[in-house]
Design a protein around this ligand. Structure first.
Ligand code: BJW
Ligand code: ZN
Length: 253
């Protein structure tokens, strides 16, 4: 992207930030890419290359072969444990601190299951698709944080004898109701909506940007690729969040 275009877009975004007292941010797998975590659709390397993530991330796959799905998540947990938050995560943490110190509203909504935002210091995050650091018993329903990597057995078992599954939202499952309601509310009532590093393909998260735009918010997307949301936003920046967020969000007056 030519430097002048980026400069103009940066000025516009800084203007939006100055003018709003409520910001909603939606992040996707691209925000963790510069930490070394492959995006959802690129996650398949090595032994996993022959599996389609769209099929593995389903209740049907877990019912068919719980050990396989458990191994897939364990591998992703193991990789993400070795990764650190990147400058994009940290820039969002600073933006939240700055906004909240000024008495303004800041809502961070993530589709990511890796908890890198929390490790970067973000607070009050809305996790739309859960996290693979929490596992839930399919028999007694007990939820527990599981930081051990790798698991000694697949799938891990609960003390009640039941099978544990990652506390994530698979295709065909409903999102946690109160989390989705809070995200929707934030999108409807914000003055500025940022869509960062997401393909904007997976519903209902993909609708949040359009909800914000329809309610009159300024909307911004940062992604190296065009997405279905791109035509709807006021500013669509072609680039990576780890590189651009610190620049765009810094040195604002
Ligand atoms: C960078 C970058 C860098 C790279 N910097 N950017 C309406 C219409 C049609 C279908 C549906 C509909 N409503 C519901 C559905 C069905 C389905 C759905 O959306 N299907 C579509 C695929 C068509 N949705 C659901 O089933 C949802 N449930 C639901 O709606 O319940 C009610 C209902 C059920 C059934 C029928 C109707 C209603 C649940 C969705 C759950 C999604 N779960 C997953 C797995 C979580 C656990 C795990 O990670 O394994 O969540 S799927 C996967 O996609 C994961 C992600 O959070 C999510 C979004 O992916 P994301 O973040 O966009 O990642 P990528 O990899 O796709 O893209 C990365 C992007 O980053 C790219 O654009 C890159 O260019 C960019 N990038 N480097 C910035 N450095
Ligand atoms: Zn149990």
């Amino acid at each position: 992207m030519p430097e002048e275009v980026l400069q103009t877009q940066t000025e516009m975004i800084r203007g939006f930030l100055r003018e709003t007292d409520a910001i909603a941010v939606l992040t996707g797998a691209g925000v963790s890419a510069e930490s070394g975590i492959p995006t959802f659709r690129d996650a398949q390397t090595g032994l996993w290359a022959r599996y389609d993530p769209m099929e593995l991330a389903t209740p049907q796959a877990f019912a068919r072969d719980p050990a396989l799905v458990s191994r897939w998540y364990d591998e992703r947990r193991r990789k993400s444990a070795d990764c650190e938050p990147n400058p994009g995560h940290l820039a969002l943490t600073r933006l939240q601190e700055e906004f909240e110190a000024a008495g303004k509203h800041f809502t961070l909504i993530t589709q990511n299951v890796d908890r890198l935002h929390q490790r970067a210091g973000s607070r009050g995050l809305l996790e739309l698709h859960g996290t693979f650091w929490v596992w839930r018993c399919t028999s007694c329903g007990e939820e527990r944080e599981e930081w051990e990597v790798p698991f000694p057995e697949h799938p891990p078992r609960c003390q009640c004898g039941g099978t544990r599954r990652p506390s994530v939202v698979w295709f065909g499952e409903t999102l946690p109701e109160s989390v989705l309601a809070a995200a929707w509310q934030a999108a409807e009532h914000c003055g500025l909506f940022l869509s960062l590093g997401t393909s904007s393909l997976v519903e209902p998260a993909a609708s949040l940007g359009r909800v914000a735009a329809a309610a009159g918010a300024k909307t911004v997307e940062i992604n190296p690729q065009e997405t279905p949301l791109s035509p709807w936003v006021d500013v669509s920046v072609r680039g990576t969040t780890g590189k651009l967020l610190p620049t765009i969000l810094s040195a604002r007056e």
